[in-house]
Design a protein around this ligand. Structure first.
Ligand code: HEC
Length: 111
């Protein structure tokens, strides 16, 4: 499935929201985050677009982890790039691996 037109106002809102929540939740000192739970990172950083109909579903598609890492670092189309200060290498590696192996979200799952 390919959606060609994104609701830009909604994306902008989601983006603003992501910045706000990142500022609230990210500790100011970058530290090792090896214990971060990829499912929680996905919920916090990706799901409001990718689980909210603003962007393609990325769970359960066996997307290559390398591709997920590259897209998250460089952004694509209306998707923002995640810099290393926002998403550490360790967190991104764990997240990409988790997304690659994830199951499709259940149809009708509560939002
Ligand atoms: C502000 C909304 C937004 C956020 C937040 C976001 N994305 Fe995206 N993402 C998009 C959009 C829009 C696209 C489609 C880009 C295009 O192809 O034009 C996309 C595309 C992708 C793709 C390619 C999907 C495909 O079908 O090939 C991957 C992989 C991806 N995003 C991963 C992530 C990850 C990982 C995160 C969290 C760290 C994330 N995205 C956060 C909006 C977002």
């Amino acid at each position: 499935m390919r959606i060609d037109r994104w609701p830009r106002a909604a994306l902008a809102l989601a983006l603003a929201f992501s910045g706000a929540s990142a500022a609230a939740e990210t500790p100011s000192a970058p530290g090792p985050a090896a214990s971060a739970d990829p499912a929680k990172i996905y919920q916090d950083r990706c799901d409001f677009c990718h689980g909210g109909g603003l962007a393609p579903v990325i769970l359960g598609r066996a997307l290559a982890a390398d591709a997920v890492r590259t897209i998250a670092r460089s952004g694509r189309g209306d998707m923002p790039a995640f810099a290393e200060k926002d998403l550490s290498e360790a967190d991104l590696a764990a997240l990409a691996d988790w997304i690659s192996k994830s199951k499709a979200p259940e149809a009708g799952a509560a939002k």
